[in-house]
Ligand binder design. Structure first.
Ligand code: AMP
Length: 214
């Protein structure tokens, strides 16, 4: 099964993708994670993307389409994939449609996660992760049991994304409403869109997802 997760930053696309990976044998393809890895590695592509990402803007379509095309060609995508953070513009969606047709893949669902903007700002500005094992935390909603120590691995190397500050979050939300939300219409016309209420607890969002995915 191949799906797209649509939704504003902080809606829970990555969280749900990680939960569903094992159940459905689909691999999570996050363009944000791929771009952050390029920035961390200091590659040419990473250098081009860094400033745009820190300002909350969108990296050029050509760059992300190139990254995703190479990634979909890898063997682990044959059992299914979940696109998280891509496509983000209608031209990216059109490029994806052409790319999938060429590679012999089809989309099964486009799942739109809906969450109110003010809730998103609160979610994103409070989130941080363990730099050693990747476990996610939040200043208000999920603090480590012992301050400064990861519950899962005992590490104390916590990280926050450079773009998770309020000013950048508001730019990312504006970019979502202007450039990404129109994709719902694009896939709505293909009869692929399923809507999920992302304002509720993580397990209730997963429940709605499994109803859709079967
Ligand atoms: P995310 O982790 O999905 O929130 O992405 C973080 C940042 O990476 C975004 O704010 C963009 O600057 C960039 N980015 C990720 N995916 C895309 C995409 N499909 N198109 C353009 N820029 C992207």
């Amino acid at each position: 099964m191949n799906i797209i997760f649509l939704g504003p930053p902080g809606a829970g696309k990555g969280t749900q993708a990680k939960i569903l990976e094992d159940t459905y044998g689909m691999v999570q393809l996050s363009t944000g994670d791929m771009l952050r890895a390029e920035v961390a590695a200091g590659s040419d592509l990473g250098r081009k993307a860094k400033a745009v990402m820190e300002a909350g803007g969108l990296v050029s379509d050509d760059l992300v389409i190139g990254i995703i095309s190479g990634r979909i060609d890898q063997d682990d995508c044959k059992t299914g994939f979940m696109l998280d953070g891509f496509p983000r513009t209608v031209p990216q969606a059109e490029a994806l449609d052409r790319m999938l047709a060429q590679k012999g893949y089809a989309l099964d669902h486009v799942v739109e996660l809906q969450v109110d903007d003010e809730a998103l700002v609160r979610r994103i500005t409070g989130r941080f992760t363990c730099g050693d094992c990747g476990e996610g935390y939040h200043d208000e909603f999920k603090k480590p049991a012992k301050e400064g120590v990861c519950d899962k691995c005992g590490g104390s190397n916590f990280k926050r994304r450079a773009d998770d500050n309020e000013e950048t979050v508001r730019s990312r939300l504006a970019a979502y409403h202007a450039q990404t939300a129109p994709i719902v219409g694009h896939y709505g016309r293909q009869g692929l869109v399923r809507t999920v209420d992302g304002n509720v607890a993580i397990d209730r969002v997963t429940g709605q997802m499994t109803e859709i995915l079967g």
